[in-house]
Design a protein around this ligand. Sequence first.
Ligand code: G4P
Length: 551
Amino acid sequence: MESENEEAADADGTSARSLRAEVERRRTFAIISHPDAGKTTLTEKLLLFGGAVREAGSVRGRRSDKHAKSDWLELEKQRGISVSSSVMHFDYRGFRVNILDTPGHKDFSEDTYRTLTAADSAVMLIDGAKGVENQTRKLFEVCRMRGIPIFTFVNKMDRFGRDPLDLMSEIEEVLGIDAVPVNWPVGEGKDFRGVYDRLGDRLIMFSGGNHGRTLLDENIIEGGLGSDAFNEALGIHAGELTDALELLDGAGAEFDLERVRAGELTPMFFGSALTNFGVSPLLERFLEMAPCPTARESDKGMVEPDSKDFSGFVFKIQANMDKDHRDRIAFVRVCSGRFMAGKSTRHVRTNKPIRLANSTLLMGRDREEVSEAFPGDVVGLFDPGVFGIGDTLNDKGDFNYPGIPSFSPECFARVEVAAVGKRKSLEKGIDQLVQEGAVQLFREPGGGSATLILGAIGQLQFDVFQHRLASEYGVEPGLSPLDYKLARWPQADFDTEIFRFSERVRVYEDREGRAVLLAKSEWDLKRVEEKHPELKLAETADPLRLATSGA
Ligand code: G4P
């Protein structure tokens, strides 16, 4: 699809050039990490540096009052978990920065996986004492699947942690990506002095103090390695820094922006979000290196962000964000053109015109009315129940984005049959909640049987599902746990009969009618794979890949 970057003004008076400028100044990313690595803290500090908040703690609160603020769902309050996620934005040095926030609890990681499809890059946050943890690894894999650039921030350098070289080789070995430190720590724990900025040949010294609630002036020392100013600032650490840098220069990967943008090389930063240290060097280099929104694949070819027509896709649907209104908000990532509130576009799946009314820019839990938005932005659209996860909106209704992949659930349960009078409400409730992506649904092949199987990443997802069925649809079906542990989508056509032999691996259909194998263990799947290598079992069902492979 052609980009229309001539200067001619369109009907709305926006020249294509200003659309291009809006695209180029946008940076849309998500932070991925294992719980407790400091994602909330880093997000707050980025907002602080970006001027979106004046004092850290004012957006989401410190842990003690986190729960009080996130009251959109009773369950969230009862359990003290964060189920919801949002989007935050701020302007910084000419850039529009969009941070796609994700829920912290691992049981809701499917939500995070989906949100990553709307991000153009990711910041991978690692606890300096713990290294690459489980959840980080899974989220990293999702980023890699999309080929987006990943920036690494090693946090909590104000505490004693692991050797930085060790952390670097762990990232390279465990994640299989080259790492290039953009800065390097000087000292650690109580003796943490700051970082050496390798690209700028300068020292950024840590001054501690005020517990990071407000900004501090950075103490930057120029002069370069070996200079008197450096030696004085480094003190006893001068020798160890020189040694580490020699090692990095000799054996480490070289900085290469193209490889960073291709997701093959991760720039590494060190710091301490709690004390604000290293946050602004991260933000500044990130804004320089991270890509602006680029062309996105559709079933009719690539769509350039500066194409004149508006397009976007729904990556998340959140119900009951505002308890008083019982509403549903569809989160739409703008991919091309200019979003204008009140204008009409098309909802491609239903081929119906849709007015972009009641649109908001999300900011934490607050909503701002939005009149226009550009590629990279996320708008919240009031959803009267028409939107589904992965739906495309575009002005001409003539192409589809690939949709959101389905990720393998890790828990499964069968829905108990409801009393006759309740069946309609149950079906409606399940249909709506599955469309929202609250859980995944599987049926017997052919859809003949009434057996409904639900899949989720974690038990809490089922709890939320049941809670919502009861409060919104007045039905309380039992869920019987099943001992399946994973789902795999065959990438080739196959005869469902051949799997009849095993009770441990069964064939079902997912919501889109694709065949899917539910298995009790990796071992069972391995046996199937050995016997039927032609099936090419995939951990995720990628709608575009399936569509083009004809499966
Ligand atoms: P999460 O969203 O990734 O789950 O992590 P969160 O920011 O909530 O941080 C988890 C804990 O780590 C918090 O401590 C937080 O203060 C601490 N933390 C975050 N960044 C740093 C850092 O750079 N250095 C140090 N030393 N600690 C850091 P907590 O005691 O669990 O909660 P709180 O009472 O401090 O809020």
